[in-house]
Ligand binder design. Sequence first.
Ligand code: SF4
Length: 169
Amino acid sequence: MIRIAGIIKESITDGEGLRLVVFAQGCKHQCPGCHNPDTHPFEGGSTIQKEEIIEMILENPLLDGITFSGGDPFFQVEAFLQLSLLIREKVTPHFPHFTIMAYTGFTYEKLMESSPIYSPLLNEIDVLIDGPYIQSQRTMDLNFIGSVNQRILNMKETLIQQKPVLYSM
Ligand code: SF4
């Protein structure tokens, strides 16, 4: 079960291409100026089985990928890991270019240094947008991020090089 604030079946504003977006319910970051305060309570939203999300993906061959947004999916790291593994098992064989992208209010470095529980999910993610929303660094000019401190990371290269590697679009 994944606790979600909602799902958008087709979005062109949450990453490259046409993407299904899963908004995780629950966030502790308390970024001043957050645009999604309704996603903060961990008991809010609703629940969904990961298999239902797989069915939604398979029903739409036009999708380029899935985006985990929030809230912060890393507060449900095990549930999103299980969803990612199921995507690799059920979706990737049919759509090999299907990508997994995730937002988090943690930085990559914070995730890596705070606990090994985050590594398996990071291993399955293609693109990570990391860092909290910082109101004083707000931008409307850059795609997919809300403040200029946030980075769009190529996770495969980041894990190989063991340092943040920016994703080039
Ligand atoms: S991480 Fe995102 S959802 Fe959480 S408080 Fe910050 S801006 Fe809001």
